[in-house]
Design a protein around this ligand. Structure first.
Ligand code: G1P
Ligand code: ZN
Length: 553
């Protein structure tokens, strides 16, 4: 069919629908090879454009973390957007757009939503992973009702609509400007400018620049991923940190062959610089799409749950939060460190299921200002995604005002609020059957566990976490098995919703020591009895065949 503007739009039939396009914790995430199966990407985009409201005549934001497959996906999405009557697609030079900047752009452009191309912290490249995440008009991950409708649509699709690019037409993705494709306008903009302006409104750049000009040395690791251009403009540009402060700052299609996950295992180069060397006072890293962050001080690792608690306790030091906080939220597996701070501040603290989408309603309703997850995700109501560089700037803001070391901030925090020893043990790529066998067995045992002894304590409550959204009343069940002990410690088991190979079992361990107690233990040692007890109870080693976790955070 030709439109009045001469654009050829065709329907490509699907021999049969794809049965595996169910979005997980954070969108549809699969191996790059899967996304290269003919019509695979197109099927998911077709379902998305059928389900998301406001497509005809609407604006759509499209961009990604620059991984292999990003450019091809943008070309496909642009042509499918044209076929579905979208009026305007906004993307960025090179198609590179961090997840937080995408959230902001959706909000500031009046878009109906966005399609973010990223598998976050999973490796990229032809042998790595790719992902498609759908965000709504509020800039946040689409709520469950939408992702479920998209999945349902993929199960019955008979074909998809796509425009054929006229001869000689190519999307000029590498320069700022606009291109027409029939009735669709594609705008290519600078993906960093709006984001940087917002950061300048939230934080006192003068104070941070002064800190960085002094004898305060900082190292930032962009992990060859999307945070590089933003970090260079912010730290080495506006804030005047010396050249070289940003390491691995040029995004590459396979993240330099690495695993762009900012934790002690995958960002070990940075971790060694800070934990073993003396040259740097502050270190930070972001993941593939720049929504995660890791914070380090000299000889000091800041656990992400603690980071949320410290930001909450010190929030009013940042101009953007000087008025105080409406409330805070954390995902269920995140430690209760922030709960203790919220209690003292007299503000509400919500416990939500894993995944940023569950913070959306609370943020939109103005019930919370800050929120976070133990998985190196921290954010606020400035956008509707977690935001890695925002967290780094927030820490710099606190350090600029308090003029002490990261280790001193942590020590003071714990001596005032007590310390939540915390660790997550991940068993990755377990055979699916073994993982589900282990999990289902534990689930079946829950009610019998109440009142039983465990690691020298008593199990006060064992349940499978369920959540009712206080804003829209929707209920989400099956979010993780919790063993809550009588001394406030707990162990949680969950199966990952973002892995692409086999199954990943996450074991979350937490134990609280009040002020005055022993606040200087090694977390693995402090949690040793819980680690042993859960292994025995859940038969982790025996059933996974692994004698230790793949990753400990
Ligand atoms: C993981 C994290 C979760 C985070 C998600 C997306 O999901 O645990 O907190 O929201 O990645 O970054 P999981 O693999 O555990 O389902
Ligand atoms: Zn991410």
């Amino acid at each position: 069919m030709a439109t009045s503007t001469g654009l050829q739009i065709g329907t490509v039939p699907l021999e049969q629908p794809f049965s595996d396009q169910k979005p997980g914790t954070s969108g549809l995430r699969k191996s790059t090879r899967t996304f290269e199966i003919p019509h695979y990407l197109e099927s998911f985009i077709e379902a998305t454009l059928r389900v998301v409201p406001g497509v005809a005549g609407g604006t759509l934001v499209v961009g990604g973390d620059g991984r292999y497959g990003n450019r091809r996906a943008i070309d496909v999405i642009v042509r499918m957007a044209a076929a579905h009557g979208i009026a305007r697609v906004i993307t960025c030079t090179g198609g590179i757009l961090s997840t937080p900047a995408a959230s902001l752009l959706i909000r500031s452009s009046g878009a109906i939503g966005g399609i973010i191309l990223s598998a976050s912290h999973n490796p990229g490249g032809p042998d790595g992973d790719f992902g498609v995440k759908v965000n709504g008009a509020n800039g946040g991950p689409a709520p469950e009702a939408i992702t479920e409708a998209i999945h349902a649509s993929t199960l019955t699709l008979k074909g998809y609509r796509i425009a054929e690019a006229p001869d000689g037409w190519a999307l000029a993705l590498d320069r700022i400007g606009s291109t027409e494709l029939g009735p669709l306008t594609v705008e290519v903009i600078d993906g960093t400018a709006g984001y940087i302006t917002l950061m300048q409104q939230l934080f006192d750049f003068g104070a941070i620049a002064e800190l960085l000009r002094g004898d305060f040395a900082m190292a930032f690791d962009a992990m060859h991923a999307v945070s590089g251009p933003y970090a260079q403009a912010l730290f080495e540009g506006l804030l005047g940190a010396p050249a070289g402060t940003v390491r691995h700052g040029v995004p590459s299609e396979d993240f330099g062959g690495g695993h762009p996950d900012p934790n002690m295992t995958y960002a070990h180069e940075l971790a060694e610089l800070l934990l073993q060397g003396d040259a740097y006072a502050f270190g930070a890293a972001c993941d593939g799409d720049a929504d995660r962050n890791m914070i380090l001080g000299r000889h000091c690792f800041v656990n992400p749950s603690d980071s949320l608690a410290v930001l909450t306790a010190n929030a009013t030091l940042a101009p953007g939060y000087a008025q105080g906080l409406a409330g805070v939220a954390r995902s269920m597996p995140t430690s209760a460190a922030v709960d203790v701070v919220a209690k003292e501040l007299g503000i509400a603290c919500f416990e939500t299921p894993t995944g940023w989408k569950f913070f959306g309603n609370l943020l939109d309703a103005g019930r919370i200002t800050l929120c976070g997850e133990e998985s190196f995700g921290t954010g606020s109501d400035h956008i509707r995604e977690k935001d890695g560089l925002w967290a780094v700037l927030f820490w710099l803001q606190i350090l600029a005002k308090r003029r002490c070391s990261v280790a001193e901030i942590m020590a003071e925090h714990w001596s005032h609020f007590g310390r939540h020893y915390y660790s997550r043990h991940d068993y990755e790529a377990i055979a699916s059957e073994a993982a589900h066998g282990l999990y289902d067995r534990m689930k079946g045992m829950l009610s019998a566990l109440n009142g039983q002894s465990f690691a020298g304590r008593t199990i006060a409550m064992a349940d499978d976490f369920a959540y009712t959204d206080p804003i829209d009343g929707s209920t989400t069940t099956g979010q993780g098995l919790r063993l809550l002990l009588d001394d406030g410690s707990r162990v949680v088991l969950r199966l990952s919703g973002t892995g692409t190979q086999g199954a990943t079992l996450r074991v979350y361990l937490e134990s609280y020591v009040p002020p005055g107690g022993d606040l200087n233990q090694d977390p693995q040692a402090a949690l040793g009895d819980l680690i042993e007890a859960i292994d025995t109870l859940a038969e982790i080693k025996a059933r996974t065949g692994m004698d230790r976790p793949t990753v400990i955070t």
